[in-house]
Design a protein around this ligand. Structure first.
Ligand code: ADP
Ligand code: MG
Length: 278
């Protein structure tokens, strides 16, 4: 695909996660800062390798200003490693921002939350409604995967690969880490749909406002029970009715009654914060 490892120089490791190491690299041609994710496929069977490539090709087709842009990928056959080359986001992620506010005992301004929600809604609409093409479900929407660009706008990242890398379709039950963002239908193993991404968006919105997730528990079973109970503590008084009702409509346990991305984009407090060209 016209690009080789020798065209880049590694600057530093910027992240280490479930799917691989992320490094900041310099593109030698123009000195631009780029990020790449290294994925080892040495122990994958051919079917999974093919699924991984299919997924990477889908992500490369996603082009939106609120989605981390993936430019291309490089395969190193000898090292049995794939490098996904993407836009570098220099301003951290929402998980770090939430942590910082919790430490400082300071709430995040409502206007920021509503603006980020409108940007995340646009990003999700872009993956969910691609004319004639298979919808891309994010499946791992959480604050740590919402990056901030130089202008503090959201770039949704870390797409889709999680399921392929976890091995199979039972991703929901094998998911590593605390599944704070798991929807009631996932908990009940009733499948993952666009509406499950909307639930996760509700959890992210709640966490931005309350600086902690809505559903918690000291064991996996307690967390699952909390998610299924559908009840959570109200938002702090500093936040107004529009944000409260948006979160309530996203955290609607019944996916059929849960607000869709189009309905969310129609809410005045979201619509008014969209960029002029959307
Ligand atoms: P995973 O969680 O599967 O390991 P992520 O894509 O979330 O993979 O990357 C892990 C971490 O690397 C992120 O939390 C972030 O700190 C950093 N990171 C990932 N992609 C970028 C990027 N495009 N720009 C800047 N930092 C990034
Ligand atoms: Mg991640």
């Amino acid at each position: 695909n016209g690009s080789a490892l020798a065209d880049y120089e590694v600057v530093e490791v910027i992240g280490r996660g479930s799917s691989g190491v992320v490094k900041k690299v310099r593109r030698l041609r123009d000195g631009a800062s780029i990020a790449w994710k290294e994925i080892d496929f040495g122990d994958m069977c051919d079917v999974r390798k093919q699924m991984l490539l299919t997924e990477i090709n889908l992500i490369i087709q996603l082009r939106h200003c609120n989605i981390v842009r993936c430019y291309n990928y490089i395969i190193d056959r000898e090292a049995k490693r794939a490098y996904i080359i993407m836009e570098y986001c220099p301003n951290g992620d929402l998980a770090a921002l939430i942590k910082q506010h919790r430490r400082d005992k300071k709430y995040i301004p409502e206007d920021d939350i509503l603006r980020w929600l409108s940007q995340l809604a646009l990003a999700l609409r872009c993956c969910h409604c691609r004319q004639g093409v298979k919808a891309v479900l994010h499946r791992d929407l959480k604050p740590a995967n919402c990056f901030l660009d130089a202008g503090r706008s959201i770039k949704l990242g870390d797409f889709g690969l999680a399921r392929v890398l976890a091995g199979d379709a039972s991703f929901a039950s094998t998911y590593l880490g605390t599944p704070y963002y798991m929807s009631p239908e996932q908990v009940k193993l009733c499948g993952y749909t666009e509406k499950s991404d909307m639930w996760a968006l509700g959890v992210v919105a709640y966490e931005l406002a309350c600086l902690r997730p809505p559903f918690n528990g000291s064991t996996h079973d307690q967390l699952v029970a909390a998610i299924l109970s559908g009840s959570y503590r109200p938002l702090p008084d500093v936040y107004g009715e529009p944000l409260r009702s948006i979160i309530a409509d996203l955290l609607q346990p019944d996916p059929d009654r849960r607000i869709s991305v189009e309905q969310l984009l129609d809410r005045p407090s979201i619509r008014d914060r969209l960029p002029p060209d959307e």
